[in-house]
Design a protein around this ligand. Structure first.
Ligand SMILES: Cc1cc2nc3c(=O)[nH]c(=O)nc-3n(C[C@H](O)[C@H](O)[C@H](O)COP(=O)(O)OP(=O)(O)OC[C@H]3O[C@@H](n4cnc5c(N)ncnc54)[C@H](O)[C@@H]3O)c2cc1C
Length: 606
């Protein structure tokens, strides 16, 4: 029942007009093959695969779910065949290094591809998605032998990867990890412990699964400083890739959960499974951050994917469903009633979905350029500078876009009325599926603490200042000092944006001062601060999209309606979404006292 058409025009608008990917690719000679012709061909082929092969499995996969049978997991009908098509099409290798069998194209193109696969079928996309994180981790921290054995096969797609952090007693607080790693004296380690909630932890898509596992060496320091990282294959493997017996990693069960039912979420028991250390001893969490950053950006994308799928289907429905008449008089007198799209409340929900998916996509595509810069940095200094930029924006993207993705999915269900609540239409599935995105890869609360505590207060606001400078540079450059007429029209976006940037910095300073006398200020303000940050960042990209649209309209271009629509959508964003910053500003500055003063014993009298 659900439909999906890859939004190629929107994607190309960002790649070509707003973010100028082709000039950016020219900066990195390794990416010179990423020409407009090649990228267009990739977009078309990927769209076909997603629309024709993955989307049809989205609702059937949810209905059927994964089956657990005596330690084995059987994915829903069609998943295995679609995965094989994905591998045969070379999609798993697209943005990974040439020297390990990849196609060497930029990571930013990999994200575009992930957007399409993820929108068509998020549960299916989790299997290759986790592999990308494993590839990036081995590429960044593995030795040559590990790359030759594991990375090449992950890139080919013949094996998949996982990320094994969570244990029954801890998900957020990884300092409590108990899984043990005993050295065998031959450079390998015996890994013993239980990991839970492991996505793609067991399945039937490939013969081997490469687990990236956090564990503790004997006598390691307590807490996060005593955690190391290991590669643990499901099957014993020789260096030429031949598979041997089971490596004592068994799947105890899979979770029966609210959504993403076609994605296997496994309990994995490691019982003296043989693993190899990756990266330095006791630096596992730092190395795992490579994986977690990939995964966080991937999860931010989940918000956009859900928003897009919900929007596309809501729009079709709102044009077809007839109910009552427009308040301003009949719009379709020949029909028994007008379609619900004429009603302002329905329009508000649709426009909200539209600004979320298009604005969210812009946030991701901007960040994807930073990921490219990191992957091609020529010096530590360049890499660190790009890392800082990525570190600042990642928690904003992860938490803000997943919260808004959930909002959009809920609007979709609402637009369908009672039918939205019925499985057949698919809208309730999007609500269920996207709900996990605010939880895994660090909950919204944890991302917010990371942003305000670590990325802003601990660095005395350096990253925030750098980003603010960039936005203010755009504001000055494009509008305020210009006499060009279309640039003057930009002022209705530029003024509120510049003001919110000044306030953003001011709030962070005031919170830092308040936190000196009460540490709870940080935890009490952080989620509101993060959401405020999200609306400002999205505002920056809506202003940029409007600017690009004005520039295109000043040329003799076809498809003028596309650019006019962008400007009108930016107007909606600044009038109807951006003012949310005002209420967030008020609540973030509220005293923590009203949160904390009520004794926990007095919270309920039942
Ligand atoms: C479907 C699914 C797939 C998953 N996939 C993977 C995977 O592939 N690999 C993997 O390792 N894990 C995976 N996870 C685990 C997931 O990452 C964790 O569930 C998540 O990090 C939260 O940890 P927790 O469940 O232990 O919650 P807890 O850490 O117990 O947190 C409970 C609540 O307390 C809050 N909280 C905790 N500490 C603080 C604090 N200091 N300050 C403020 N608030 C706090 C949290 O925000 C949350 O609201 C998956 C989970 C699910 C459900």
């Amino acid at each position: 029942m659900l439909s999906y058409k890859a939004p190629v025009a929107d994607i190309k608008f960002l790649i070509e007009d707003v973010f100028n990917y082709y000039d950016h690719y020219k900066k990195h000679e390794e990416f010179e093959e990423a020409t407009p012709d090649l990228v267009d061909a990739i977009l078309q082929e990927c769209a076909k695969f997603c629309e024709n092969e993955l989307l049809p499995l989205y609702q059937s996969g949810d209905k059927e779910g994964c089956r657990f049978d005596n330690g084995k997991v059987i994915t829903p009908k069609g998943f295995k065949e679609a995965y094989q098509q994905y591998v045969d099409g070379g999609w798993s290798a697209l943005s990974h290094p040439l020297e390990h069998g990849g196609q060497g194209l930029p990571p930013s193109l990999g994200l575009v591809q992930s957007e399409m696969t993820g929108t068509a079928n998020w549960s299916w996309a989790m299997y290759p998605g986790l592999s990308h994180g494993a590839m990036n981790t081995i590429d960044a921290h593995g030795n040559d032998k590990q790359k030759e054995l594991y990375l090449t096969r992950l890139i080919q797609g013949t094996w998949t990867g996982t990320m094994c952090l969570t244990e029954p007693q801890c998900g957020t607080d990884l300092g409590q990890v108990k899984t043990k790693a005993e050295p065998n004296g031959d450079g390998t380690y015996n890994i013993t412990g239980t990991k839970i909630f492991i996505s793609a932890g067991e399945h039937d898509l490939t013969d081997n699964i490469i687990h990236i596992v956090l564990a503790r060496l004997p006598d390691a320091p307590k807490g996060t400083r005593g955690i190391s990282l290991f590669i643990v294959p499901k099957m014993k493997t020789s260096q030429d890739g031949t598979l041997g017996d089971s490596n004592n990693v068994t799947c105890g069960s899979i979770e029966d959960k609210m959504g993403i039912k076609a994605s296997a979420t496994a309990v994995l028991n490691f019982d003296n499974a043989v693993g190899e250390l990756i990266g330095p001893e006791n630096k596992g969490l730092e190395c795992m951050f490579t994986f977690m950053n990939t995964a966080r950006l991937g999860t931010a994308l989940q918000g956009v994917c859900a928003a897009e799928l919900a929007f596309q289907n809501s729009l079709i429905y709102a044009k077809e469903r007839l109910s009552m008449r427009s308040l301003t008089g009949k719009k379709y007198p020949e029909q028994v009633a007008d379609p619900i799209i004429v009603h302002p409340d329905v329009r508000k929900m649709l426009m909200t979905q539209k600004v979320i998916s298009e604005g969210g996509r812009a946030m991701i595509y901007y960040t994807a350029k930073i990921v490219d810069d990191i992957s091609m940095a020529k010096s530590d200094k360049e890499r660190e500078a790009a890392d800082d930029r990525l570190g600042f924006i990642t928690p904003i993207l992860k938490a803000f876009l997943t919260e808004l993705g959930s909002e959009s999915a809920n609007h979709g269900l609402q637009i369908f009325g009672g039918h939205g609540y019925i499985k057949e239409w698919g809208m309730e599935q999007i609500v269920r599926d996207v709900r996990i995105s605010t939880l895994y890869e660090g909950t919204t609360g944890i991302q917010a603490l990371d942003l305000l505590g670590r990325k802003i207060l601990l660095t005395r606001g350096k990253s925030l200042n750098d980003f603010s400078k960039e936005v203010l540079g755009f504001c000055k450059d494009k509008s305020l000092i210009s006499s060009n007429p279309h640039k003057r029209q930009m002022n209705r976006f530029i003024w509120p944006l510049s003001k919110s940037i000044a306030n953003w910095q001011q709030y962070s300073v005031r919170l830092a001062l308040k936190a000196k006398s009460d540490r709870d200020v940080v935890g009490s303000a952080s989620v509101d601060f993060l959401m405020y940050s999200g609306y400002v960042v999205m505002g920056y990209f809506w202003a940029q999209m409007a600017q690009s649209a004005y520039e295109k309209l000043a040329e003799d271009v076809e498809n003028r309606d596309f650019y006019r629509a962008k400007i009108k959508t930016a107007e909606f964003y600044f009038e109807r979404m951006f003012p949310r910053t005002k209420s967030l500003a008020k609540t973030m500055m509220a005293d923590p006292k009203s949160l904390m003063q009520l004794d926990q014993e007095l919270m309920s009298f039942v």
